[in-house]
Design a protein around this ligand. Structure first.
Ligand SMILES: Cc1cc2nc3c(=O)[nH]c(=O)nc-3n(C[C@H](O)[C@H](O)[C@H](O)COP(=O)(O)O)c2cc1C
Length: 290
C-alpha cells in the first residue's frame, strides 16, 4: 500500500494517514474574522472525507495583517468561542486540525486593515499603497501577535499551528532578498533573514510548550528574480528544525511569480504532479523533513 495511507505522528499528533488539506482561504468567515457555521460545516466535511490533517485557511494574527475579505481571524480572544466550535466539530468527525497563522505584510489590504501595509522594506511596485518599513518595535509586536495567536489556537483546541512563511506573506517576505533589503540584523544573508521566523518560533514555544506541534509552510523558491532560492530555504528550514520546529510543508511562488504563482494550474498529467519532488530531496538531505 502506498505510504500516504500509513498513519504517522507529528510531535504527539496522531494522523490516520499522510493526506493533508493544505491551507486554503475559504472566504467563509464574517467581516471581523469570526468563524461561521458554514466554515465549520466545510471543515467537518473534510474530516468526514478522511483526510489525515486539515490546515485552516490563513488566519490573521493581527488586524493589520489581514489579506482578504471573510478571512478567518485569530487576533482576539473574543474569536475563541467560534474557533473552539470548529475544532470540536472536526474532532467529533474524527479529524485533526491545525490553525495556519498568518500576516500578509506588504500585501495587507488597507481597505480592511485601516492602515498602510508594513513589511521588511519599503519596496515599490508591489502594492498600490505606500509600504512602511518595519521598525524594531513593529518586529516585537508581530512576534507577540504570533505567539498570542498560537496560544489562542491551543486554547481553542487546535491540534497544532502552522506558520505561513510561504507565498510572499510577511514571514516569507523576510526570508526573501527581493522583499527584504534591510541593513540590520533581520536582513542580509539567510542567517539574518530567518531571524524573525526563529524568534517567532521561540515566542510560540514559550506560550505553548515543547509538546505542541508547530509546523511551517515555506517557499522552496519564490520564482521571482532576486527572490528566495532553494539553498536558502533549506538552510532556513534546517535552522528552524534545530530550534523546535516539527514539520515543514513545501510550496513556492508569490503573487508576483507569473505562471509559477502559488495557485498552479495546468496540471494535466501525472508527470506534472509533485513539482516540488526535487526540492523535497534537498530538504530531506539536510534532515529538515521527517
Ligand atoms: C482559493 C485558494 C486559497 C488559498 N489559500 C491559502 C491559504 O490561506 N494559505 C496557504 O498557505 N495557501 C493557500 N493557498 C495555496 C494552497 O494551499 C496550495 O499551496 C496551492 O494550491 C499550491 O499547492 P503547492 O503548495 O503544493 O504548490 C490557496 C489556494 C487557493 C486555490
Amino acid at each position: 500500500m502506498s505510504k500516504v495511507f500509513e498513519s504517522t505522528m507529528i510531535n504527539g499528533m496522531d494522523l490516520n494517514n499522510r493526506f493533508v488539506r493544505s491551507a486554503t482561504w475559504e472566504g467563509m468567515a464574517t467581516d471581523d474574522g469570526s468563524c461561521t457555521p458554514k466554515l465549520i460545516e466545510t471543515m467537518v466535511r473534510l474530516a468526514e472525507g478522511g483526510v489525515g490533517l486539515i490546515i485552516t485557511g490563513h488566519a490573521y494574527v493581527t488586524r493589520e495583517g489581514q489579506a482578504g475579505p471573510w478571512q478567518l481571524g485569530i487576533y482576539d480572544d473574543r474569536l475563541l468561542n467560534g474557533l473552539h466550535q470548529m475544532t470540536d466539530a472536526v474532532h467529533g468527525a474524527g479529524g485533526k486540525i491545525v490553525a495556519q497563522l498568518a500576516h500578509s505584510g506588504v500585501f495587507a489590504d488597507p481597505a480592511l486593515t485601516g492602515s498602510n501595509p508594513i513589511g521588511p522594506s519599503a519596496i515599490r511596485g508591489v502594492s498600490k499603497h505606500e509600504i512602511r518599513e518595519m521598525t524594531s518595535s513593529d518586529i516585537e509586536h508581530v512576534k507577540s501577535d504570533f505567539s498570542r495567536a498560537a496560544k489562542r489556537a491551543m486554547l481553542a483546541g487546535f491540534d497544532g499551528v502552522q506558520l505561513h512563511a510561504a507565498h510572499g506573506y510577511l514571514l516569507s517576505q523576510f526570508l526573501s532578498p527581493y522583499f527584504n533589503q534591510r541593513k540590520d540584523g533581520y536582513g542580509g544573508p539567510i542567517e539574518g533573514r530567518v531571524r524573525i521566523v526563529l524568534e517567532v518560533l521561540e515566542g510560540i514555544r514559550s506560550q505553548v510548550g515543547d509538546a505542541y506541534p508547530v509546523l511551517i509552510k515555506i517557499n522552496t523558491r519564490d520564482f521571482i528574480e532576486g527572490g528566495q532560492e532553494l539553498d536558502d530555504a533549506v538552510t532556513a528550514a534546517a535552522e528552524l528544525a534545530g530550534n523546535g520546529l516539527d514539520a515543514v510543508e513545501l510550496s513556492g511562488g508569490t503573487g508576483l511569480s507569473g505562471k509559477l504563482n502559488p495557485v498552479r494550474t495546468g496540471i494535466r498529467e501525472e508527470s506534472d504532479e509533485a513539482y516540488f519532488r526535487d526540492a523535497a530531496v534537498a530538504f530531506r538531505e539536510r534532515r529538515t523533513l521527517r
